[in-house]
Design a protein around this ligand. Structure first.
Ligand code: 13P
Ligand code: ZN
Length: 264
């Protein structure tokens, strides 16, 4: 019985907690956003071998580094405000097949995973095959950060990163690798997945132009906090602009001072 696994339930509980934050932040209109968590290390051999609840579904590419791995994934079309209340009614555990070419839903109900599964699994596959310990992919739709991607000058990774870093010291500290940018692609496609993986070579946070934000990491709360800190910076930027002035921002020397002080 999957519910007897306390560590697994605690991890799914963190998904519910963060789903609630996404809704209260106003980042999760209707079914906006999705979360996947690699929970393989939390499961016993018997749990990993649970029978499938539905027929296997082919993946668009081989997930060579994820063979036999198990993920909790939010369901397609499901609302974050309901994930927060009932994660197993709005998400499911899926197991990647032994050949990495398909997946099956194994618990608790046959809730089909997010339409962004190609992106999520491609990212998990990339991160694992490059020895990165990031078990989490969080995608959400923060109004202020998406708003920035409508400004052509912010579609330059260095300019965007520098602008948001310069609003508050915490941003430089909490998002040390800066922000990657993926130009507009149709949601849920392998083109979006491939473009995102390219950005993960250097970054843990990626903006999808005119769509949303994505963070990867070892801890779901930390992924949420990274996006929340970027959102705070964007709000400071927009507040200054709305008050009629260009925010001065921290100087290069001030930003560099953080690199030394916090070993960034
Ligand atoms: P899903 O409901 O399929 O997860 O889609 C939401 C979304 O944000 C797509 O990018
Ligand atoms: Zn989205």
């Amino acid at each position: 019985m999957i519910r007897d696994n306390k560590e697994l339930m605690a991890e799914v509980g963190r998904v519910a907690e963060v789903a609630g934050y996404l809704w209260t932040k106003g980042w999760a209109e209707r079914n906006g956003g999705n979360i996947s968590v690699n929970v393989t290390h939390l499961m016993s051999e018997d749990e990993k071998a649970l029978p499938a609840l539905a027929a296997p579904i082919a993946l668009p590419a081989e997930m060579a580094a994820l063979k036999g791995h198990v993920f909790f994934v939010t369901g397609t079309g499901k609302r974050m405000r309901y994930v927060a209340q009932a994660p197993f009614e709005n998400g499911s555990l899926i197991r990647i097949s032994a050949d990495g070419m398909s997946y099956e839903i194994i618990a608790e109900k046959p809730i089909p995973p997010t339409s962004e599964l190609p992106s999520h699994l491609s990212m998990h596959n990339y991160l694992r095959s490059n020895g990165r310990d990031s078990r989490i992919v969080l995608h959400t739709h923060p109004t202020d950060l998406i708003g920035l991607t409508h400004g052509p000058k912010f579609l330059d990774s260095e300019y965007l990163t520098r602008t948001l870093w310069a609003m508050i010291p915490e941003c430089r500290i909490i998002v040390p690798k800066g922000i990657g940018i993926v130009r507009y692609e149709i949601p849920g496609t392998m083109d979006l997945a491939r473009a995102t993986i390219k950005q993960l070579e250097k970054h843990d946070v990626v903006f999808w132009e005119k769509h949303g934000i994505l963070a990867v990491g070892e801890d779901l709360i930390e992924c949420f906090d990274a996006i929340d800190t970027l959102s705070k910076s964007a709000q400071i930027y927009f507040s200054a602009r709305m008050a009629g002035f260009e925010p001065e921002g921290m100087t290069d020397a001030q930003l560099d001072g953080l690199v030394d002080a916090f070993n960034l």
